[in-house]
Design a protein around this ligand. Sequence first.
Ligand code: SF4
Length: 227
Amino acid sequence: MGTPLESRTEQAEELVDRLEEAYPDSTISLRYANRLELLIAVILSAQCTDERVNKETKHLFEKYDGPADYANAPQDELAEDLSSITYYNSKAGYIKDSCEMILEEHDGEVPDTMDELTELSGVGRKTANVVLQHGHDVVEGIVVDTHVQRLSRRLGLTEEEYPEPIEQELMDLVPEGYWQQFTHLCIDHGRATCTARNPDCSDCVLADICPSEKGDSEIDLASGEPW
Ligand code: SF4
């Protein structure tokens, strides 16, 4: 078991420093060429891997160009075009409804505020944060996905369970200039080393400061269950 630094703020800063060194090119892995494509890719990525989303959007973005194409498409056809994605029927509906709203209320442009974005169908705070950060260069919060959720708990930064309270805690701990990068670093480390089922603690740059480290700790603080 590693020993966390004295305060959670120091722990968060140390985590950022070390992961930045380990993953110097960390960034978003979804592919998109404009804000609407970003919005659609992020909606599709819920409960689905970025790799699968990128594979599907390669064809999707060739076929549909702009919000009117999605809004006017028959929902069955759009769903069929997304069929390798989890929950493709619901996501086709979200995309169609969001594009209708974008046309009717936002002159065809993806909105640039948290309130307007979260009014779109299928868009919660996490999706809106990604679109704001990468589409509009506005950083209002921290994107808490499954990797951020797991790593923050394992490393003792939070005991909260759900994304929104976790985000609020992290915003107090992580320096504001790193809010965006914090997510990408956690995602990279979560994919490479601190995986959900079998984290490789013996080869982890955070092992000495991680209270969940498997060497001695019996508990995975992410789940609260024994390893
Ligand atoms: S891989 Fe192990 S030591 Fe590293 S952060 Fe995850 S649980 Fe902690």
